[in-house]
Design a protein around this ligand. Structure first.
Ligand SMILES: Nc1ncnc2c1ncn2[C@@H]1O[C@H](COP(=O)(O)OP(=O)(O)OP(=O)(O)O)[C@@H](O)[C@H]1O
Ligand SMILES: [Mg+2]
Length: 217
């Protein structure tokens, strides 16, 4: 299993209602899991745990058999490796985009990874071309439309070439052309062996892609 949650309980604040109690989840490498559930059922919270941004109060989260907890991610090398392998598209792209140009936004991850300048340049150019956003390269991400922001955020995740893609409502706000393109692209990523975890309210979009559905709530 690439991802495994065992008996995970989580609440945001002391005394608050738990978001999960004794949650179990297994994701096999190279598969696609759809995550559904009503608003507030905990999809984003689950994704925060999978990405090491929140930690279980009880139970364990294992990535490739290693327990991911605060102590593990405090180690710089471990944290870097973990975040390089898992790409996370936030539900709200505004919380992801912080660079002053689309180019820098897409370049941010590859630069963090320590790639050489020419490699970064090549990867960013390829990514902008793939997502057909070369014309947005010099634009300020903050000034883009909602759908464009989501698209740029997605491009910046893909630029990292992660093994696992955790995508929180990737289709929300996309026009039908982008939606269809993205489904095809995700199919290619899966065929290439990537693991996909996708929260969506529109399960029918990925019904041919998903190997299973995990319903929260
Ligand atoms: N930062 C936070 N602090 C306190 N409570 C939170 C926080 N984020 C989420 N919650 C609560 O946790 C629960 C799960 O929220 P979450 O965002 O995970 O749901 P979701 O399934 O992603 O919903 P949506 O479909 O609207 O995106 C909700 O009851 C929410 O109010
Ligand atoms: Mg959510």
């Amino acid at each position: 299993m690439i991802i495994e949650l065992k008996n995970v309980s989580f609440k945001y604040e002391k005394g608050a209602e738990p978001v999960f109690t004794d949650l179990d989840l297994k994701v096999e490498e190279g598969t696609c899991l759809a995550v559904t559930g009503d608003n507030g059922s905990g999809k984003t919270t689950l994704f925060r745990i999978i990405n090491g941004l929140s930690f279980p109060d009880k139970g364990e989260y294992l990535y490739k058999g290693t327990v991911i907890n605060e102590a593990y991610l405090k180690d710089n090398a471990c944290s870097k490796r973990f975040h390089k392998e898992i790409g996370y598209l936030f539900q709200n792209p505004d919380t992801m985009l912080f660079n002053s140009s689309v180019y820098d936004e897409v370049a941010f991850g590859p630069r963090q990874m320590g790639l050489r300048d020419e490699e970064v340049e090549e990867r960013v150019r390829d990514c902008l071309k793939l997502f057909e956003i070369e014309d947005l390269a010099d634009k300020v991400p903050y000034h883009l439309s909602g759908g464009q922001k989501k698209w740029v955020a997605l491009a910046s995740v893909i630029a990292l070439n992660p093994e696992v893609l955790v995508l929180d409502e990737p289709f929300a706000g996309l026009d039908s052309k982008k939606e269809a393109w993205l489904v095809d692209f995700l199919r290619e990523l899966k065929a290439a062996g990537k693991t996909l975890i996708i929260a969506t309210h529109k399960e029918e979009i990925i019904k041919d892609l998903a190997d299973g559905t995990f319903m929260l709530g």
